[in-house]
Design a protein around this ligand. Structure first.
Ligand code: NDP
Ligand code: OXD
Length: 309
C-alpha cells in the first residue's frame, strides 16, 4: 500500500516515523517526491494544492491531517466519489478543551483588564462574577464542542450548545438550527465558536449575530477565520458591545504584520494552535481507517459531502 503525505505545516519526518513504527505495510511518499502518481492508494493531506488529488488515478481514500476538511472541499477538482475521512483524536479533543478552558477562564477572570492595570501599575480589585452566573455558549456541539462544554460545566459555568441537529446534554441547555441561534446568542456572555467551515457557517459571526449577544459579551474563535467578519468584530469592540475576543484563527494565516488584530488591546491572538495534530496519537487512528478500508469495514469519521463536514 502506498501513502502520499502532503503538508506544508506538519512534520513529514515525525509522521513517517510514527507510521513506520506501527506498520511495514505502507510505502510512504512525501510530496513532492511522490514517484509514479499511479502508485498512490491513500493520501494523508493538509491543504493539498488544488488538483493534486485528482491527479492520482488509483487513489482509494483521502485522509485529512486535521479535524476540519474545508481545506479539501474548496478544491474544485476534488475527487468527490472517494471516501474522505477527518481526524478525530481524543488527544486533540483534550488539547482543544484545554485551549477553550484557558481562554474562557481568561475572559471570565478579567485577565485582559488586570494585564492593562499591571501596565498602568494600578493595584485595584475589579468586580467578579461566580462561574455559575457566567453563561457560556458553544457554537458547534460536536466532538470538540461537547468535550469543551463538559469541562467548562465541571468548572461550574452555565453552558449551552448549538448544533444543526437537536441534542440533549446533562446539565446544559441545547439549541439547534436557525431558530435556536438567536436564543443561544442572547444568553451567551462568552461565545465560543467550534463550528466546521461550510457555506452555511461562513461569516456566521457578523454584525447581526454579534449584535444579538448581550452587551459586553466576549468571543473565542478556535474554528476558522472565515467564520468571523473581521471588520464587524473591530466595530463591535469599538462600540463596546463586544468587550474582548480571543482568536486562534484568522482570515489570512499567518496574520499579516500590519493587521489591526496584532495591537488591539482587547484582542488576544494565537497562531492556530488550539488543538495541534500529534503524530504519535494520530498515526494509529489513520492506520485504523486504512485497515478498515482494506478490510471493507465501515470507516470512522467519514465526511458527509452533502453536509460539508
Ligand atoms: P464535528 O463535526 O464533530 O462537530 C461540528 C458541530 O458543528 C456539530 O455539532 C454540528 O451539528 C455543528 N454544525 C455544523 N454545521 C452547522 C450549522 N449549519 N448550524 C449549526 N450547527 C452546525 O467537528 P469537530 O468538533 O471535530 O471540529 C469542529 C471544527 O473545529 C473543525 O471543523 C475545525 O474547523 C475546527 N478545528 C480547529 C482547530 C484549531 O486548532 N483551531 C483544531 C481542530 C478543529 P450536528 O451535531 O447536528 O452535526
Ligand atoms: C484542524 C485544525 O482542523 O488544526 O484539525 O485546524
Amino acid at each position: 500500500m502506498t501513502l502520499l503525505f502532503y503538508s506544508t505545516v506538519d512534520s513529514a519526518a515525525r509522521w513517517q516515523a510514527q507510521l513506520e513504527r506501527l506498520t511495514r505495510e505502507l510505502d510512504i511518499r512525501v510530496w513532492p517526491e511522490i514517484g509514479d502518481p499511479a502508485d498512490i492508494d491513500y493520501a494523508l493531506v493538509w491543504r493539498p494544492e488544488p488538483g493534486l488529488l485528482a491527479s492520482l488515478p488509483n487513489l482509494k481514500m483521502i485522509l485529512s491531517l486535521g479535524a476540519g476538511v474545508d481545506h479539501l472541499l474548496g478544491d474544485p477538482q476534488l475527487p468527490r466519489h472517494l471516501p474522505i475521512v477527518r481526524l478525530v483524536d481524543p488527544h486533540m479533543t483534550a488539547a482543544m478543551s484545554e485551549y477553550v478552558t484557558l481562554q474562557v477562564l481568561r475572559l471570565h477572570r478579567r485577565d485582559l483588564d488586570y494585564r492593562a492595570q499591571q501596565e498602568a501599575k494600578d493595584w485595584r480589585e475589579l468586580d467578579q462574577k461566580n462561574a455559575a452566573d457566567r453563561r457560556v455558549g458553544i457554537l458547534g456541539f460536536g466532538e470538540l464542542g461537547q468535550d469543551a462544554a463538559r469541562k467548562l460545566r465541571a468548572l461550574g459555568f452555565d453552558v449551552a450548545g448549538w448544533s444543526r441537529s437537536a441534542k440533549t446534554a446533562a446539565g446544559m441547555a441545547t439549541y439547534a438550527g436557525a431558530a435556536g441561534l438567536p436564543l443561544l446568542l442572547a444568553r451567551s456572555e462568552i461565545l465560543v465558536c467550534l463550528l466546521p467551515l461550510t457555506p452555511e457557517t461562513e461569516a456566521i459571526l457578523d454584525a447581526r449575530t454579534l449584535g444579538l449577544l448581550p452587551r459586553g459579551a466576549a468571543l473565542v474563535n478556535a474554528a476558522r477565520g472565515a467564520h468571523l467578519v473581521e471588520e464587524d468584530l473591530i466595530a463591535a469592540l469599538a462600540s463596546g458591545h463586544i468587550s474582548a475576543a480571543v482568536l486562534d484563527v484568522v482570515d489570512e494565516e499567518p496574520l499579516p504584520a500590519d493587521h489591526p488584530f496584532w495591537h488591539h488591546p482587547r484582542i488576544v491572538v494565537t497562531p492556530h494552535v488550539a488543538a495541534f495534530t500529534n503524530p504519535a496519537t494520530a498515526a494509529p487512528i489513520i492506520l485504523d481507517n486504512i485497515r478498515r478500508f482494506e478490510a471493507g469495514q465501515p470507516l470512522r469519521n467519514r465526511v458527509d459531502l452533502a453536509r460539508g463536514y
